[in-house]
Design a protein around this ligand. Structure first.
Ligand code: GLN
Length: 559
């Protein structure tokens, strides 16, 4: 079989869930036994999202190889189990960086450099690279059709369709049918316009995936089929779902994967039966686990970007996975670390577990440190991630070891700098280094690093092995070289260390039911079908704490 290509574009407006739709298509094709590869082409001009605000743009996802990527890669990995790489993520910034470097080198001597063909050729090269390794290359185009930045991408798709022929390329357009309450109907006009726009650029969608809050009638499908020039069966309903993991099966029931295979002439009754079985065993089983949990557990996240939930998407997903593994549902209370300390403590009192996630700079730091102190003193399960570990170290130095001016280089050059800038470290046998003056983009300790787990610790009990790999994204490290004695006095135990023994990776506290922090970002490796052990254990401890609180409450009322 020739390798095949699926392009996914979005119409009308952003936030329709193109990433989840793409991930679901990948998962459904896998259920039919195909090898898929997921790529994303992001039209923005940043080289990567590493320098964008998570507050506006959502989380920066970190791949195993250290590529800082759009959060949709998190959906791809969680839905398909694939490990994406830097070769799967393209931005306009990356293309221009490459084309301009080639121009400076003299590669194009004599020609003027233009969007067509120079930029479009690079886009095509990116799409084609490694295609022979997969049956399907699924490419999501970021943004909305009509965005100025997106034009070269649509043009590249148009050319690829000509180059390979329509039998090897399918274009899926995700749109939205707004429901007009006053007339009680779903409106198709925005979709018609969006498809016209795409057609005006030479691209005819093969399938239209229609997001909608209400069922789409046969009449609407007929109308969309006629006005948008697609087969009626290829107008596929994509109803709003309360949980994203219900989406693959819902799309399957709406006929999406069937129509994709029909487009490529791949329909085969045997494969249909296999897909049915696979989807049932995986996605329907997950659906059951999600919909009938025996308990609910409340986790309090004390963070900075609490308004845009996408800023912590992998984290909240990892908590969901941990809850599913404990036959529970998690409810997250987002607490703004910039709150005044008294209000903060009032909110933390009833938490079953407190989590301090990754973060940058000094805003909200005192609130996060207060939350860690509260968790430590009140024996509430605590889980610190990256910045959460660094602040837990500062908290212990200040309040347990009595070093009031313990701090991090990130926000002060004065005091005892227990978290400091490290200029070199070992990575898989090679030395890596950086300077404080280095560019901000792409210069952190990024991607997967191995870690040695010390036996007879909580970390060892949880992981069950003595060497693990976790993804990183940070600039500062625990300064164990200088402050080992102080950390011992503060009751900190480092249960995970880098393989060379120089960098603390996991920290815990023995005299506490569950107090563990990691310098890595385990949330990036958690999957619905393989919940991350740290999240599973944290949720378990939180459930136990919540049961204890409940039984105390019962005791108080019955006394
Ligand atoms: N700001 C800290 C650092 O750069 C932690 C980063 C993070 O939490 N991802 O080291």
């Amino acid at each position: 079989m020739h390798s095949l290509f699926i392009f996914i574009t979005g119409g009308i407006m952003s936030s329709l869930g193109k990433g989840i739709a793409s991930a679901s298509i990948g998962a459904l094709l896998q259920a039919r036994g195909y090898f898929v590869r997921m790529k994303k082409l992001d039209p923005y001009i940043n080289v990567d999202p590493g320098t964008m605000s998570p507050h506006k743009h959502g989380e920066v996802f970190v791949m195993e190889d250290g590529c800082e990527a759009d959060l949709d890669f998190g959906h791809y990995e969680r839905f398909t189990g694939l490990r994406c790489t830097a070769k799967d993520s393209l931005t306009t910034g990356k293309i221009y960086e490459k084309v301009l470097a080639q121009e400076r080198r003299g590669d194009y001597l004599g020609s003027d450099i233009q969007v067509i063909p120079h930029i479009t050729n690079e886009i095509k090269r990116f799409v084609m690279e490694g295609h022979e390794l997969a049956d399907f290359t699924i490419c999501e185009i970021g943004g909305t059709v009509g965005d100025i930045e997106g034009l070269p991408y649509i043009e590249a798709i148009r050319q690829i369709k000509i180059d390979l022929g329509i039998s090897r390329v399918a274009c899926i357009h995700l749109t939205y049918l707004p429901y007009l309450k006053t007339s009680g109907e779903l409106k198709t006009k925005p979709t018609q316009h969006s498809v016209k726009l795409l057609q005006s650029m030479g691209v005819q969608p093969d399938i239209i995936l229609c997001r909608s809050e209400k069922d789409i009638s046969d009449e609407i499908k007929t109308k969309l089929s006629m006005f948008c020039n697609v087969k009626k069966k290829n107008v596929v309903e994509a109803l709003d779902m309360e949980n994203i993991y219900l989406i693959p099966n819902k799309y399957h029931l709406a006929g999406l994967d069937r129509q994709v295979c029909d487009h490529f002439d791949l329909l085969d009754p045997e494969l249909e039966t296999q897909a049915e079985k696979e989807i049932h065993e995986k996605w329907v089983a997950l659906e059951h686990a999600i919909s009938v949990p025996s308990k609910t557990v409340r986790i309090t996240i004390v963070g900075k970007y609490t308004k845009l939930k996408d800023a912590y998407i992998s984290l909240s997903q990892a908590l969901n996975h941990g809850a599913i593994a404990n036959d529970a549902r998690v409810e997250i209370d987002w607490v703004d670390a910039k709150k005044n300390l008294q209000d903060l403590e009032n909110e933390l009192g009833s938490a079953a577990g407190i989590l301090v996630p990754g973060g940058f700079d000094s805003s909200g730091v005192e609130g996060k440190i207060a939350a860690i102190k509260f968790a430590r003193e009140n024996m509430i399960p605590f889980f610190g991630i990256c910045f959460g570990l660094q602040l837990a170290v500062i908290e212990a130095c200040r309040h347990v070891a009595g070093i009031a001016n313990a701090t991090s280089r990130e926000f002060s050059d004065e005091g005892e700098i227990v978290i400091d800038f490290m200029d070199s470290w070992e990575s898989n046998g090679l030395m890596e280094s950086r300077l404080p003056s280095d560019n901000k983009g792409g210069t952190m300790r990024l991607g997967s690093y191995r870690c040695k787990i010390i036996e007879n610790t909580l970390a060892h009990k949880i992981y069950g092995i003595t060497e693990i790999t976790e993804r990183h994204r940070h600039r500062f490290e625990v300064n164990i070289k200088k402050y080992r004695k102080l950390f011992e006095k503060a009751g900190l135990e480092f249960s995970g260390m880098s393989l060379d023994g120089l960098l603390p990776e996991i920290m815990e506290r023995r005299s506490h039911p569950f107090f563990l922090a990691t310098q890595a970002h385990p949330e990036f490796q958690s999957h619905p079908f393989a919940p991350h052990p740290l999240f599973k254990a944290f949720l378990k401890a939180a459930i136990q704490h919540s049961d204890t609180l409940a039984s105390l409450g019962t005791l108080t009322t019955s006394l």
